[in-house]
Design a binder for this molecule. Structure first.
Ligand code: GLY
Length: 392
């Protein structure tokens, strides 16, 4: 097994991210090591999109380590990332006899990881969680750093609104096992969509660790696109190292003005979330079966919109956006959508994003290659230019 490890240095909460084919094998020993004892039970929250063979393998590994395994299967949709599903998970944990000493193990993409993590954070005021991310997005971003939570649906005079990740907790995992065998079992489109998060990390890395992840990401592309598992492993390792350093410096996402860097991980997401909330958008209108957009596809569009917005503001030179466009093209991610509604509608969806709370729009924008900063209330014509740049 070509194992790779990244440490997330958080003092007594520090943990190891295991990456590579067979990373799931590390889970029982990590549980024992981190807890100092073997617990009685484990509760696995499994994603219905993950082939059963990987759940069976994980369950067998836990049973061999003398843990009694219970589980629940969840369908990974934004609708199911709800307080109602959380209640279902907590009730299933309670009926299984789960105690405060027993870990929850999340086996799935970002939705399942966030939900299982929040169930662990809240069950009897907190039980340990192990993250076994199965999508690229979850491997390089969601599973590392302890953000957990669910969406909240609220009603007002204009109808129902889904506030994404509005309720949650910071709850660091005991360990993360990013098994690239699971990743390679996913459809190609899922893996390509996840690469948008790697591009996001590359766009901030120079300003944080000094690593030129833009060049590394480009260089990794031939191997990645040829489906070479080890090329994915290397890219995940580099991306997780960046994420781990961001989390080490700013675990709880402090305010940018106070030296916070974690907020920079929202790059592309305010534009991206706005695009994602528009029903039936497809990355290529000639292929309606590709609707709805994947989260990663919307993030890729959001990254480009952020570049074009920053260029209009004069914050960065035009080459920054062109390099990002080149990488998105190389990956095969969309850089435009043809059926985007008018600019005001997209803009109002950005205003509804929870990151705009308090009446202020805060955007993470590039100030150069590999460097970003937070801009509060950017000029509206520049925001509109960002939106219009991705209109096909
Ligand atoms: N996914 C963004 C963060 O972990 O802060």
């Amino acid at each position: 097994m070509n194992a790779r490890e990244v440490r997330v240095e958080l003092g007594e909460r520090a943990y190891t991210v295991h990456i590579g084919p067979g990373a799931l094998l590390s889970v029982p020993a990590e549980i024992r090591k981190r807890l100092g004892t073997t617990p009685r039970r484990a509760f696995v929250v499994r994603d219905s999109g993950v082939p059963a063979v990987f759940f069976d393998e994980l369950a067998a590994l836990l049973s061999d380590a003398e843990l009694a395994v219970s589980s629940i299967e969840l369908v990974p949709t934004e609708q199911s990332k709800s307080i109602a599903t959380l209640e279902r998970v907590l009730a299933a944990m309670a009926s299984s006899g789960h105690s405060r000493a027993d870990p929850v193990v999340a086996l799935g993409g970002g939705i399942v990881g966030d939900l299982a993590g929040f169930a662990a954070a809240s069950y009897q005021r907190g039980v340990p969680v192990v993250q076994c991310p199965t999508t690229l997005l979850a491997m390089v971003d969601a599973s590392v750093g302890g953000k957990t939570g669910v969406n909240l649906r609220v009603a007002n005079d204009t109808g129902d609104r889904l506030l994404k990740n509005f309720v949650g907790a910071f709850h660091q995992p005991l360990t993360v096992a990013a098994d690239t065998r699971v990743l390679m079992s996913l459809p190609d489109r899922h893996r390509r969509a996840g690469l948008a998060e790697c591009v996001k990390h590359a766009m901030i890395a120079l300003g944080i660790t000094g690593a030129d992840l833009m060049s590394e990401t480009r260089a990794a592309m031939p191997g990645v696109l040829a489906g070479e598992e080890d090329a994915y492993g290397r890219l995940i390792e580099r991306s997780v190292a960046l994420k781990g350093e961001v989390v080490r410096r700013d675990e709880r996402e402090s305010i940018a003005g106070l030296g916070g860097v974690r907020m920079l991980l929202n790059l592309g997401h305010t534009f991206g979330h706005a695009i994602e909330t528009i029903p039936n958008l497809s990355p290529n209108p000639a292929y309606p079966e590709l609707a709805p957009l994947h989260h990663g596809e919307a993030v890729g569009l959001g990254l480009l919109a952020a570049c074009r917005c920053a260029e209009r503001l004069g914050m960065c030179e035009p080459g920054v956006g062109d390099e990002v466009l080149g990488i998105l093209d190389m990956i095969g991610l969309p850089s435009t959508v043809r059926d985007l509604p008018d600019t005001d509608e997209v803009r109002s969806r950005m205003g509804a994003d929870k990151k705009a709370a308090g009446g202020k729009l805060r955007l993470v924008l590039p100030e150069g290659r590999g460097r970003c900063r937070v801009v509060t209330n950017p000029d509206e014509t520049a925001v509109a230019a960002g939106i219009d740049a991705i209109r096909g």
